[in-house]
Design a protein around this ligand. Sequence first.
Ligand code: SAH
Length: 253
Amino acid sequence: MTAMGTVYLVGAGPGAPDLLTLRAADLLRRADIVFHDALVHADTLALAEKAEKIAVGKRCGRHSTAQRFINKRLIDAAHRYAVVVRLKGGDPMLFGRAQEEIDALQEAGIEYTVVPGITAALAASATLGISLTRRGMSRNVTFITPRTGKGEDAHDWARSALAADTCAIYMGVGEAAQIAATLMDRGASPDLPVVVLENASLPEQRSVALRLSELGTTAGFGFTGPAVILLGEVYERLQPVTAALASRRTDAA
Ligand code: SAH
């Protein structure tokens, strides 16, 4: 049977519902069915008025649907519906397992389209008012996760972190102490400026600025929402004042 539908891999943005592209909003309105990540805002989902909405995970450490099962559900849905939306936090093409879904769709002969979204590190930079790049100081940015999936080979994430001028670490807050220890072990300065920002773009966003040697203490800040760890000289200027700055910006939002 040939599929009638198209699967749209859509970026929902970092959290705030109004940080969604017009294209994404239009697709949600037209969607027959939406498979969404756990982190997607209720107001964003509400745009998909006529769609059946199915949560398919992904929240660190909690239950999430197996990737192969998600792939299969997307393919099945494309045989039943015209507009199938796979809605992912941030941008689908960054730590979103989009490639696995694209490969499965291609193999099954299903049409697909990717709609980009604002990734967490960009939303965090906007909140902080600190550019990821800066003339004379930071000419590259690296997006890293130290997390490896089950059965996946270990990778040398620290090498890329050490080579980068500015580094955004995703899915790392739970192992912040280990990250700091590894980086310092490998030669990073204990004084390297670090910012941890939780719930970027949402009213409850919080941040803390510290030095790499202090990153292990972040467990004490009780971050429970999604958070990025940002490292680099560009964050030096935030060091003494970040908490106040972030709360002021939150108030203004
Ligand atoms: N595709 C997503 C990333 C998915 S991985 C994107 O482009 O943003 C999930 C990780 O993203 C979380 O562990 C956290 O590190 C980061 N993240 C997602 N939303 C965030 C937010 N609002 N604030 C801070 N970090 C966030």
